[in-house]
Write a protein that binds this ligand. Sequence first.
Ligand code: PAF
Length: 283
Amino acid sequence: MKVIKTIRETREVVYTARRAGKTVGLVPTMGALHEGHGQLIERARAESGLLIVSIFVNPLQFGPGEDYSRYPRTLEADLDFCKARDVDVVFNPEPSELYPDQQKTFVEVEEIPSELCGRSRPGHFRGVATVVLKLFNVVLPDRAYFGEKDAQQLRVIEQMALDLNVPVEIVPVGTVREADGLAISSRNRYLTPDQRRTAPILYQALNAAYQALCSGEREVAKVLAASEAVLAEEPAVRKEYLEVVDARLMTPVTTVDGPVRIAGAVWIEKTRLIDNLYWKEKR
Ligand code: PAF
């Protein structure tokens, strides 16, 4: 496995692979790799001749006061993780490699980032869309893999690729959960053992709404009341949002008449956790 720091060298490896007729897969990450990333890598490995994992904590997607500086950086363990999964190249640039000048060009997707995480993290999805397009321009992959746990991010990237005619197939990969339902996330490692025990309440709350939909309830206020009741059992968990949104636009609906995501964000002290469930009527 090669660990590459520069855009030039990454492009050379990609060029050589393409000349040999290989397809190129990209798994963009910010490191602190876990089994969620493991699933992305496994899927990408099965579908790519050349598999590149990027590890880059992107300053552009963190707002002032967010956890950019304390975001877990575990490069040695991440490289072992990738090696064990037969990754060909880890692209691990310094910020100055991807941002050689003060960035003046940004990718701004409209509407999709406006609700959910976008409300409390202004500029976050602009930072994500911009860095992802930059990574696409460096690697020029055939396919790129993103987790459904970050459903709003996934929709922003899908829309960006569609609107800008980016010739990359965006492949969504399902959320990976611990046995108790907690969605696996790099930020779970901030949780103390006590907080870890309460953390699955978010999944349980989303699941209550999911069950309400399965039982035929279509009024969102009633669907969410089921979730709120579950969350209220844990006063240590502070709700940021709990919403039922249109699965494409990621904007709230009042009545469910098509595919939706039930999405939530909570705080357990200083740790912010997000999760969501996709729901669609079975016909
Ligand atoms: O999901 C992430 O880890 C990041 O937002 C991404 C897509 C790698 C962009 O920095």
